[in-house]
Structures are given as C-alpha cells and as structure tokens.
Design a protein around this ligand. Sequence first.
Ligand code: ZN
Length: 239
Amino acid sequence: MAIRVTIWNENRHEKKSAKVREVYPEGIHGAIASFLKSEGMDTKTATLDEPEHGLTDEVLDNTDVLTWWGHTAHHEVSDAVVDKVEQRVLDGMGLIVLHSAHFSKIFRRLMGTTCDLKWREIGEKERLWVVEPGHPIVAGIGEYIELPKTEMYGERFDIPAPDTLVFISWFAGGEVFRSGCCYCRGRGKIFYFRPGHETYPIFYNQDVQRVITNAVRWAAPSQGPVPTFGHHPAPLENI
Ligand code: ZN
C-alpha cells in the first residue's frame, strides 16, 4: 500500500513575498507533494491557516508520515495541535522536520532542547557529507550533496545527540552543521533535514528530493510491538 504522507507548510512566505512565489508557485508544500507523489506516495497537503492547521483527527489518523516546514509563525501553531501530533509520533507516525522547522513547537517538544543554532544568509555554498553510507536515507546519494547557494546554519545546534547522524554540512564561510539527524521517540521515527530555505530552489534539487523520499520511507510506521509499562506482578517464567 502507498505510504500516506501529509505535507505541512506554514505557507506565509508564499502569500507575502513575490520572490518566494516565483521560486515556489505551488508553495513549498506543493513542490514537496509533487515529487513524493511521483514516487508513488499518497500525498495530501495541510497549511497553517486552515482550520486546525489542516491537521484534523481524520487527517492525522490517515497519515503515515508528516513532513513539516515552518519559519515565521511557529508561535501561531496551536498547542492542542502540537499535543495531537506529538501523540501520533509516539504512537508510530513518522515526522520529517525540514530546514527552519528546527524551531517548530513540535520539534522542540520532541527534542526537549532549544534547537537553537547559528545562521547567516549570504547565499554561500554548502556541501552535505554523508557520514553514514549504509543508512537507507542516503540510498542513491554520492559521497556528498553540493548546494551552490544556501543559507548557512552553524553549530552549536542545540539538539540531543542524534540516534544516527547521517549528514554533516560544511559551508564556504567555515561553519559546520549536523544536517541529517535521526531519532526514535516512542514507536515513531523522526528525521531532521537542514536544506530548504524559501528563496532558494532547494526542494527542486534531485539529491534533496531523493533524501526526503528515502526519509519518508524510513520513517513510515514499522508496525512494531506496542510497549506495556507499569507493575507486572506475574513473571513470564516460573520462579
Ligand atoms: Zn531559511
């Protein structure tokens, strides 16, 4: 069965900026949905200004993997929706956190840290080095991905140490950054992926599309066991 992906986007830059609309005429969500759909996934989009930000119970119940892009309006995302998304992740839904969504309520909630970082926007070159070549997220990728013009994100990136670090970025200005970070929370899998600034055509880059596609497949629910907790008076063996 096709993986059901909901592509969430704040969608404010696209409304306010002609420059951003020029790069993403269908919105960042439209661009991401388009290449995931071409990979055979069952895609739908949801945006901040829809009722419940487009993330109703029905939508979340029919989502295997949620991708999240936000930047200027993280604070406008309702805590009730964040609570629901968090619970869904803990129950097994995958979450792909893109670029400036490092500061989203949902990512900070799941990480438990500030998720703050260093940044600069002068359109410098970035090279994302693959540091875990056997990982399914880098299937089909070479030793590195090169992006000619990006916004820089630099360390310290205030996140917990990733379960698996897949990419480290180098920037022309000298900084480095942990650009591809995998986590498990509850039964859910989370991948943070750095590229994706709104004024650069990064979501059209084939390697970036390959990584996001692989990440959605990796993060899809595994249907593993539901853990039980608490007092267990009866031992499994005769003691
Ligand atoms: Zn940015």
